[in-house]
Design a protein around this ligand. Structure first.
Ligand code: 8YV
Length: 306
């Protein structure tokens, strides 16, 4: 978990095996030694329950994910083996949507660069800061209009931004403009925000063609998963000026971030912190605990996935 509240509460209620404190090369041995006792697994966006983990834990009954994204959990295998799966939807929606808007603003208004300008003494030495781009009123394109995508759309509406979106199918009950292709969406928006789940179909959904359609005035914001974006292509598009800017909360090989991005002022980098507020992480932890308790007492799970 690496969430001290969750860790404390779990250790009050269960015998807690701290896999995350075991060095990666010793994890297999650790699992083998404790496999018979491990009935529940608490994962997060970094460590989930892949096929190998599930096979290593024959007594496993439930995977309670500390997060909404389930790309690290082999759902099909859990289903087949009768292993229950829960996640933490809803409680983190506000934070992730807030951050998406914050990232769009930070990139277009160059908030981080402007902050560096003041701190370095450049304001005094060189005078006024350069002009930036307006966010209000710009078209926002959203990939994935689920809970988080919708919350981003609602926030962007308050900035008078026309909203368009891509998803597998058109959503009823919205006035937002639907595009059945991501390239069309990118070609017709100014800010493209990735807010969908990572699946085989959405891996590298933002590829070179999409980046080129977004173009040198376009801004990409990713609050989904690193693998939604072809990262080497993103680096090239930014270095070559084919893309206007990017704000990233997630990366393909976290915590590794391509160092070529470090020198670019049209890029804002955040260390996968979308749900990282005290309030939300506590609510996520309570949901994990509530699901485990429901499972242990044979009650309906609070947020079941499988
Ligand atoms: C992480 C997330 O779970 O909810 C998700 O899918 O990516 C985050 O909330 C959190 O950072 C813990 O790893």
């Amino acid at each position: 978990p690496t969430n001290s509240y969750l860790e404390e509460e779990l250790s009050k209620r269960c015998k807690l095996f701290r896999l995350w404190e075991t060095p990666p090369e010793k994890r297999r041995e650790f699992l083998r030694a404790n496999a018979a006792s491990i009935r529940a697994l608490v994962g997060n966006s970094g460590v989930g329950a892949d096929a190998e983990m599930i096979d290593a834990l024959p007594a496993l009954e439930i995977v309670a994910s500390f997060g909404v994204g389930l790309d690290k959990v082999d759902l099909a295998k859990c289903r087949k083996k009768g292993i229950r799966v829960t996640n933490t939807p809803d409680v983190l929606t506000d934070d992730v949507a807030d951050l998406a808007i914050g990232l769009a603003l930070a990139t277009m208004r160059r908030i981080c660069e402007a902050d560096r300008y003041v701190r370095s003494g450049a304001w005094k030495a060189k005078g006024d800061y350069k002009l930036t781009s307006k966010f209000s009123g710009k078209t926002v394109g959203i990939i994935g209009l689920g809970r988080i995508g919708l919350a981003i759309a609602e926030r962007a509406e308050a900035f008078d931004c026309p909203i368009s979106y891509y998803s597998r199918s058109e959503k009823p009950h919205t006035n937002y403009k639907y595009h059945s292709s991501v390239v069309d969406l990118a070609a017709n928006c100014h800010v493209l925000i990735v807010a969908c789940a990572l699946t085989e179909e959405t891996r590298h959904i933002v590829n070179r063609e999409v980046m080129d359609a977004l173009g040198p005035k376009g801004v990409l914001v990713n609050v989904g998963r690193g693998a939604h974006v072809d990262e080497p292509e993103l680096v090239s598009a930014l270095l070559e000026g084919r893309l206007g800017g990017a704000a990233l909360d997630v990366f393909e090989q976290e915590p590794h971030v391509p160092e070529q991005l470090f020198g670019l002022d049209n890029v804002v980098l955040v260390p996968h912190a979308g749900s990282g507020t005290w309030e939300t992480r506590k609510a996520m932890a309570d949901l994990v605990l509530g699901n485990l308790e429901a499972h242990a007492t044979n009650k309906p799970l609070l947020t079941p996935v499988v």
